[in-house]
Design a protein around this ligand. Structure first.
Ligand code: ZN
Ligand code: ZN
Length: 272
């Protein structure tokens, strides 16, 4: 009985993705990708806290660090502001981060991890070897970035991951925009994708048609981590186009959205 769930947490303004696996021995493994929490709004932190307390009601039996790895896909605020608080509270064995051209938003996170866990902080870059973390029964593959130089567009430096179990993959795409897809090979068996860049038009509508990922992934369910204020993501016209061929789950309408794989079967659960 192997289980994997990838949950797009309804944080309201960015990405925060909680990954949980359970193997046949009931051993649990966790990872977190991105967190936009601010000092006063902590939906990502509170989700993790509730989940950990439910799984380990006895604090003395709670593992520390909790996370096999925490990843910052790129250095925009809606992906990185809350990471240091989560790492401080719950701990992680490895911190992975993407390439960056403008580090202002992530300076505090990087300085925190370099101060506290320098030897287990890794740049995810196809030109530099880094240890791919273990995640129980799930397999992790970095699909992007490729070996081209870092982009001047911070979104296009996002790390793209495939998380696979039982031959079924979930794609996590950060905020990449349309031009990146020529460098990405989509795994066969992909059943779900987190829509890139919160469903923004520059990640969905590509002149003269639709972004390459949409026809590539016809059979996949689409999850959107919304960022409506102030950016207006997802773009209504983009969602309408995706919905012509895909079932869409949005955190602003469906709450937390979980892509689940259990014994070779894929399901979507919404927690609104
Ligand atoms: Zn974003
Ligand atoms: Zn971004």
């Amino acid at each position: 009985m192997a289980k994997l769930s990838v949950t797009l947490i309804d944080v309201g303004h960015g990405d925060c993705i909680f990954i949980e696996t359970e193997d046949s021995s009931k051993d649990l493994h966790f990872a977190l990708i991105d967190c936009p929490d601010s000092r006063f709004q902590r939906p990502g932190f509170l989700y993790v806290k509730r989940r950990v307390e439910r799984l380990y009601p006895d604090k003395k039996k709670r593992p520390h660090p909790i996370f096999e790895f925490v990843m910052m896909t790129h250095s925009h605020k809606d992906h990185c502001l809350g990471l240091s608080r989560i790492i401080k509270e719950f701990g992680c064995k490895a911190f992975l981060h993407g390439r960056m051209t403008s580090g202002a938003s992530s300076t505090h996170v990087l300085s925190y991890v370099k101060r506290t866990m320098a030897s287990s902080t890794f740049l995810v870059d196809s030109t530099t070897p880094f240890p791919v973390p273990s995640l129980g029964v799930a397999n992790l593959t970095v699909l992007y970035p490729d070996s081209s130089p870092a982009s001047i567009s911070e979104n296009d430096n996002s790390v793209v991951l495939a998380i696979e179990q039982d031959g079924i993959s979930v794609l996590l795409t950060g905020d990449i925009e349309n031009g990146c897809w020529s460098a990405i090979t989509v795994p066969s068996g992909t059943e779900a994708i987190k829509a890139p860049h919160h469903g923004a038009s520059n990640a969905t509508i590509s002149s003269p048609g639709i972004s390459p990922w949409v026809p590539l992934l016809t059979n996949a369910k689409v999850g959107i981590s919304c960022h409506s204020v102030p950016h207006g993501h997802p773009d209504p016209a983009s969602v309408a186009l995706i919905e012509l061929s895909h079932t869409v789950y949005r955190t602003d309408l469906h709450g937390d959205v979980s892509f689940c794989i259990e014994n070779g079967a894929f399901t979507v659960k919404c927690w609104q």
